[in-house]
Design a protein around this ligand. Structure first.
Ligand code: NAP
Length: 245
């Protein structure tokens, strides 16, 4: 257990991987600021965090595509905790169709949350980290940020953008001793993108991604891991992507 109390903002903390990261961080003495749109779900996660001794939690309902709401998230975090040690850009959405079936609305939906959201939250957190010459940003991309797959044109394009953003942000922030990493998981059992994943032995769980994020948050100060690619050890299941027209 780490005794130094750090503060982390986690976007998309209302369920799935973001919720698991929040609970993992809190269990390891990291104060967590929970951001997502659904206040009721955030309150439920907050209740779970409150059962963990020592750490503090704050919920800030936030749409990461809304600049004013993002500014509010950063302001409230600084007001309450005085600093931001870690930002986890986890909020993300996916729709899956054949390339020509996507609409411009699908394009904006995915790029707004997956790319603009990462850009906006980073934009308003980075000045605080630069001023302190300290901090860490962990972006949750996907294995779709490294590869392509059937029905994944726009999602993969948005997640490749997150990977590219991360590699450049690393270069911008290196001189300020700020760590920047990207995590690229394969399929994880959540309700993501309306998919129905049959949970079987060896399914990847949100907690597996949370474990990798905590590894990054706790790694030696000397290093700055660039990418973590998480694939299942064994994967016999079939995924129904519940294709939407
Ligand atoms: N599950 C997988 O198989 C998988 C694999 C690789 C990568 N990923 C990535 O992992 C991340 C989390 O996915 P998940 O599986 O945990 O999905 P999930 O269960 O659907 O959760 C998505 C989270 O993102 C939040 N979110 C969506 N739009 C938002 C917005 N505009 N502003 C703020 N928050 C928003 C949602 O909260 P609200 O609806 O309350 O806003 C929710 O907390 C995503 O970036 C996803 O691309 C997932």
């Amino acid at each position: 257990m780490n005794d130094i109390i750090k503060t982390a903002i986690i976007t998309g903390a209302s369920r799935g991987i973001g919720k698991a990261i929040s609970l993992k961080f809190a269990a390891n003495n990291i104060n967590v600021v929970l951001a997502a749109r659904d206040k009721t779900q955030l309150e439920r996660v907050q209740e779970e965090v409150k059962s963990i001794p020592k750490v503090k939690t704050l919920i800030v309902p936030t749409d990461v595509t809304n600049e004013e709401q993002v500014k509010n998230l950063v302001r409230k975090t600084i007001d309450q905790f005085g600093k931001i040690d870690i930002l986890v850009n986890n909020a993300g959405v996916g729709r899956f169709k054949r390339a020509d079936e996507f609409t411009l609305e699908d394009y904006h939906y995915m790029f707004d949350v997956n790319v603009k959201g990462v850009f906006l939250v980073s934009k308003y957190v980075v000045p605080h980290m630069v001023a302190r010459k300290s901090g860490q940003i962990i972006n949750i991309a996907s294995i779709a940020g490294k590869n392509g797959f059937k029905t994944g044109t726009l999602y993969a394009a948005s997640k490749h953008a997150v990977v590219g953003y991360t590699w450049s942000l690393r270069e911008d922030l290196k001189e300020y001793k700020i760590k920047v990493s990207v995590v690229c998981p394969g399929s994880v059992v959540t309700g993501f993108g309306g998919k129905k994943t049959e949970k079987v032995d060896w399914s990847m769980e949100p907690e597996d991604v949370a474990h990798a994020c905590y590894y990054l948050a706790s790694e030696s100060e000397n290093v700055n891991t660039a990418e973590v690619i998480i694939k299942p050890r064994y994967n016999p299941r079939k995924i129904d992507w519940n294709l939407r027209k």
